[in-house]
Design a protein around this ligand. Structure first.
Ligand code: ADE
Length: 235
């Protein structure tokens, strides 16, 4: 998979992709992350990429021309499955969306800033608008990092233990069960006996029970008949 990230602050994001699992995924050639500094596509003498909004509202808007230039140049080089724009009014990101995006070959992620982008970019280039939550960030970079992280870890071969992505919270519509590691007892706090029993069938049944209990307690809407997870919306 190749992900082109269009941002005003490539250094801000670079660090994030240069550590741990995401770094290894790139080294293994499973994903290629390419940053594009939108200032490089400015058509003005001073390299500006934003301007005052028509109608006189406060704040700045990212200009149509540098964004269009950058996206069109990339689209001439290869086909993109999606041109994503991170925005608080986008479709809510969830595990199902991460699963779908993880099967892509090429993605563009445009990080919004200031008051966002000129609406014509959204109308003519963006194929998917994604929000990571009902709150407003100073820019789309963190949202892009969250989306890329959730997507990249699902690419086969990225996680050492293939099974662990399948065991994640939300993969089966439930939150994950509790996990323990050594020592078996600490300050009198014991790991549940069942996990030390070696009986794999019983352990699996216990994990499922715990996942259901936790989901009831913490995210009851995931179990409700009226809750329509993304995966069922398509049917
Ligand atoms: N940009 C600013 N806030 C955001 C959010 N909540 N999700 C995605 N992009 C954003």
């Amino acid at each position: 998979m190749r992900i082109d990230i269009l941002t005003l602050f490539p250094q801000m994001m670079n660090m994030f992709f240069e550590e741990s699992i995401l770094k290894r995924a790139q080294k293994k050639g499973l994903v290629e992350i390419v940053f594009h500094n939108l200032h490089d596509y400015s058509t003005t003498r001073y390299g500006s990429v934003d301007d005052y909004p028509y109608g006189g509202a406060a704040g700045m808007v990212m200009c149509v021309e540098p964004l269009a230039n950058c996206i069109e140049q990339l689209q001439q080089e290869r086909h993109y499955d999606e041109v994503i724009y991170t925005a608080p009014d986008g479709e809510m990101f969830d595990q199902h969306m991460a699963n779908t995006l993880s099967t892509s070959t090429n993605l563009i992620v445009l990080c919004g800033h200031y008051k966002g982008v000129d609406e014509r970019i959204r109308e003519h280039f963006i194929t998917k608008e994604i929000s990571i939550g009902d709150y407003v960030l100073t820019g789309g970079e963190l949202a892009a990092a969250v989306i890329c992280d959730a997507v990249i870890r699902l690419i086969p071969g990225v996680l050492g233990d293939e099974q662990s992505a399948l065991d994640d919270s939300f993969q089966d519509g439930l939150v994950a069960p509790p996990e323990y590691t050594r020592p078996p007892e600490y300050r009198g706090w014991r790991v549940p006996d069942i996990l030390l029993s070696g009986n794999h069938a019983k352990i699996e049944a216990w994990r499922m029970e715990q996942a259901i209990e936790r989901t009831k307690e913490r995210r009851p809407e995931l179990l409700s008949d009226t809750y329509l997870p993304q995966k069922n919306k398509d049917n």
